[in-house]
Design a protein around this ligand. Structure first.
Ligand code: ZN
Length: 212
């Protein structure tokens, strides 16, 4: 008795609301039975031998898939996994913290020179524990909820001073503001990812045509 995958065939679900559009189906042989796993999620249905795609149908399905990648740069089945949409980079962010009323607020984040975002990056938000109004979250800092803004600021300065990822902490003379420089790992987008995938898909199409 053998259980073996015979072939993997991409198919387009045609569902406009499906973000993936393309799915991978797998044909299996299990002893003298054939099965089809439509989404490759382990949910096999029994089929007959005649339901297994011919070589031409198999080629046509892959051809269509690579045409989709070549036209859109989208690769939902991950055929070009080597092309990453993002890469990890080390970047520095200068953050100005100011006490306003009862809160410590990040008023400004100076972006790194090779900045790709106008918002405060998520990595900074989560490091400092900022809420949507850029206020420091007191719970995040394990402070008493009634801690004064001054205590919250002192706490973040204290944490930052002992942290390898924070390269400098400057407390302003008036003691109501601070500037800290965070050195953090962030994800930079690869602006060429889409074009690279399109180019690779075109190459693959050429190769497939030659092989016919
Ligand atoms: Zn779908």
């Amino acid at each position: 008795m053998t259980t073996d995958i015979i072939m993997q065939v991409p198919w387009n679900c045609g569902d406009r609301s499906c973000p993936q559009k393309w799915h991978m189906g797998a044909y299996w042989i299990d002893g003298d039975e054939y099965t089809y796993d439509e989404f490759m999620d382990g949910d096999h249905e029994t089929i007959e031998e005649k339901d297994i795609p011919s070589t031409e149908e198999y080629d046509a399905a892959w051809h269509e898939y690579f045409e989709h990648v070549a036209a859109t740069g989208e690769d939902p089945l991950g055929e070009f996994m080597g092309i990453k949409d993002h890469k990890d980079v080390q970047v520095s962010y200068e953050v100005d913290l100011v006490i306003t009323g009862d809160d410590v607020v990040a008023t400004r984040v100076r972006r790194p020179k090779k900045a790709w975002t106008s918002e405060i990056p998520k990595v900074v938000v989560s490091y400092l524990g900022l809420d949507k109004d850029r206020r420091l979250d007191r719970n995040f800092l394990s402070m008493e909820p009634k801690a004064s803004a001054r205590e919250v600021l002192d706490s973040i300065i204290h944490l930052a001073e002992g942290d390898k990822m924070v390269t400098s902490v400057v407390v302003a003379k008036d003691r109501w503001s601070a500037k800290i420089t965070l050195r953090l790992t962030d994800k930079a987008p690869n602006p060429w990812a889409t074009k690279q995938r399109m180019a690779f898909a075109k190459k693959t199409l050429k190769r497939l045509k030659k092989g016919r």
